[in-house]
Design a protein around this ligand. Sequence first.
Ligand code: GTP
Ligand code: SPV
Ligand code: MN
Length: 596
Amino acid sequence: MTNNKHILNWIDEMSAMTKPDRIVWIDGSEEQAEALRAEACSTGEIIKLNEELLPNCYLHRTAINDVARVEGRTYICTPTKDEAGAINNWMDPTEMYAKLKKLYTGSMQGRTMYVIPYSMGVVGSDFAKYGIELTDSIYVVLNMLIMTRVGTNVLEALGDSPDYIKGLHARADIDEENRYIVHFPQDNTIMSVNSGYGGNVLLGKKCFALRIASYLGRKEGWMAEHMLILGIEYPNGETKYITAAFPSACGKTNLAMLIPPEIYRNKGYKVWCVGDDIAWLRVNPEDGKLYAVNPENGFFGVAPGTNDKSNPNALATCMRDTIFTNVVHDTKNNTVWWEGLNNNPPQPGNAIDWKGNPWDCTKFDKKDKSTYGAHPNSRFTALAQNCPCISSEFNSLKGVPVSAIVFGGRRAKTAPLVYQSTSWQNGTFVGSIMASETTAAAAGAVGVVRRDPMAMRPFVGYNMGEYWAHWLNMGKNIPNPPQIFHVNWFRTDDEGNFIWPGFGDNLRVLLWIIKRCEGKIDADLTPIGYVPKAEDIDVEGLDGISLDTIKELLSVDTESWLADVENIKEFYALVGDSVPAELKEELAALEARLSK
Ligand code: GTP
Ligand code: SPV
Ligand code: MN
């Protein structure tokens, strides 16, 4: 399929090590994809679902010990530890290559190695970057065919160039103790072994489009961020674009596909999804604005909680051409189910849980994870083009102009519904102090507040302090920069219930954000930044939300912010000497304002 010597030599080297029985090149054709689906069905790797109800949809179960990203086993192997920084796991590259070689050697014996040429971004566009993933998993091939642009045109675009990202994935024994997700930024190389789960093995996604791309972005003057991209179309036909960085399982997919509340729909407001997880951002020299593209081709979305009220667009998207991972199998209808889909779970005798065991929905207990039918991090892999609200700019070569960048997290207390930073530098600071309660998207405890700067803590491919410095530098090079905001949909009352209705109603907050970008509305300056006047958050048509509720949601509690400042100081100390002086000044100034 190619005469590119760099690619051919590398594949020779990798296959000499892994020793597959066969090598198959993935060409992006439907015929080949169909043959692979049939093969994976015959071995039980995937299950074909009801063709009438869920055309071209499949179910896959991962190993029980392999259900989320593993941050503890994810490494950035730069020549020095300092380059990777204190937040990343690091090992000397030579040592790591030697360790991995042992794990990969002979790991594909009796198996097939698939060669997947893929593009992140539209093939041939200025934003596009190319990769080749070698894998021994058909599940990975089928997911990559949805999540990225795969095919021979990628090899044509590459020609004889050595400029591509190498990715090697082997399932090996799915041994947790020997699971490694490793990045060698200087070598444009990603190596993943002993996992078969999503973010660990779909190497175009977090490994390439965030970790390696963030490294390249700093070198080349652009940004790779864990951000959704959405467009708000106003009744006059104008569309404004927002990007938003929330940590994993904190609402990016939901916000990106939101359906406006009825009163706004009636007025003619529409929301269009450009991306739900990753944004690549560059300055456009023509108008001096920051432009964003979504480098992905599909969605790897959280299933639990997705329903026809919370996210009808996501639900419609995964009704065809979708791979479901770790959800409940309804064996009577040959369909799928997950917690929060509806109130009609498949009954005992007709239900298989994510582990592959018979499931009894009557034993469900929210507090006991062992009674769940679907894993909390179960997912759907679905094509962006099947999304009813996909933006007409999804395949745009130059991207969309960004009016606002929004940071956010899950905070039961402290963070108000929304606030605006006072400058790019202050906005970078707001991103750097982001915190969120942990979720099931990564292995480990759930619900613990941890600092997650720019929602990139697990995804920066170099030193966190230098990443912040890159943000500050970018700001100096954007003549018309976006305004920077922070939101929190997750404040709770004393009983632990969410106060803000969220989902579609989040549009009400986005509309305030755009008004601020256009300088159309005043706000109150507080120690943390600009907060809306309560009456400027429109609550028309919202049940049970009074002006007082909004005031409570917008309140800035000095005591809890001062406690947060102490935690931020510890976090900055952990990041170490690389924290830019500007951000330390911002922190000192915040503390001084809060202490007044
Ligand atoms: P990744 O794919 O892991 O990066 O996650 P994501 O940021 O795209 O998260 P997603 O939109 O899938 O949301 C995850 C969870 O947050 C789901 O359980 C949603 O129901 C919940 N969620 C999303 N938006 C809101 C909201 O506005 N309010 C509340 N209360 N919950 C929300
Ligand atoms: C996330 O965890 O942020 C995801 C899912 O988007 S994964 O691809 O597994 O990283
Ligand atoms: Mn994500």
